[in-house]
Design a protein around this ligand. Structure first.
Ligand SMILES: NC(=O)c1ccc[n+]([C@@H]2O[C@H](COP(=O)([O-])OP(=O)(O)OC[C@H]3O[C@@H](n4cnc5c(N)ncnc54)[C@H](OP(=O)(O)O)[C@@H]3O)[C@@H](O)[C@H]2O)c1
Length: 209
């Protein structure tokens, strides 16, 4: 699958590198194509990943993955051109630290959908740390990856991409539930930092057989 990743930092770089190693074609959208850490990452992907502009990555991907800081989203998304019909995976957390932006009237996922109304937005890969995206297995258990969206076909693609990384994908309903997923990210952050559990923690949904 052709995947355009907007950003090549902790989240975008980790997801893209892993999908590239599994045979997907990746185009990272970046601001600086010559950054050394980016070149090191590309060298590790066996030729399946390249870097270009944000617009090139958005054009390239059947799936486009949003992994920039929330503060960049309002300006970036409208600049990308026509995303009609594309699947947009929103990994952002607008209010990770629970600061006043939590009082934004709608969730980040819903705001992303407002900014790119012709794309099929799925909220996913926001509820755990990037280290867990590098390795979602805790012993024999796979971390739960909740996802939310309004297009069933897009959600099925998102779930498959999560399962390919080793997550246990769980459908959390419509995109209007994005705020719940963003709250899970806040809880993860509170546990990791305020409660000093560290970043080696993850959530697992248990189901009675
Ligand atoms: N870190 C986590 O564990 C984690 C987990 C779940 C979700 N998230 C969410 O995922 C998103 C990315 O987090 P991250 O930790 O991967 O961040 P990061 O390591 O700082 O990477 C951010 C990426 O976005 C690019 N970028 C920054 N500002 C930009 C701008 N104004 N315009 C265009 N590109 C810009 C950066 O490019 P440069 O290299 O040029 O600065 C970099 O490629 C955030 O929304 C975060 O809330 C993070």
């Amino acid at each position: 699958m052709k995947i355009g990743i907007l950003g090549a930092g902790n989240v975008g770089g980790t997801l893209g590198e892993r999908w590239a190693k599994q045979g997907h074609q990746i185009l990272f959208g970046v601001r600086n194509r010559t950054a050394i850490d980016l070149q090191v990452r590309l060298d590790r992907t066996g030729g399946n990943a390249q870097a270009g502009s944000m617009t090139e990555a958005a054009e390239f991907g059947e799936v486009v993955v949003l992994t920039v800081p929330w503060g960049a989203v309002e300006e970036l998304l409208p600049s990308l051109g026509n995303l009609e019909g594309k699947i947009l995976l929103d990994c952002t957390n607008p209010n990770f630290t629970g600061e006043p932006s939590q009082y934004h009237p709608i969730s980040g996922g819903e705001r992303v959908a407002e900014l790119v109304p012709t794309a099929k937005v799925v909220k996913i890969f926001n509820t755990t740390g990037w280290e867990n995206m590098a390795d979602p297995q805790y012993g024999s258990e796979a971390i739960t990856m909740f996802y939310a969206g309004d297009d069933d076909a897009a959600k099925a693609v998102a779930a498959t991409l999560a399962a390919e990384l080793g997550f246990d994908p769980v459908d959390a309903g419509s995109l209007s539930n994005s705020g719940l997923l963003e709250a899970i990210a806040q809880l993860w952050g509170k546990l990791a930092y305020a409660q000093k559990l560290g970043r080696g923690i993850a959530f697992k949904l248990l189901k009675r057989p």
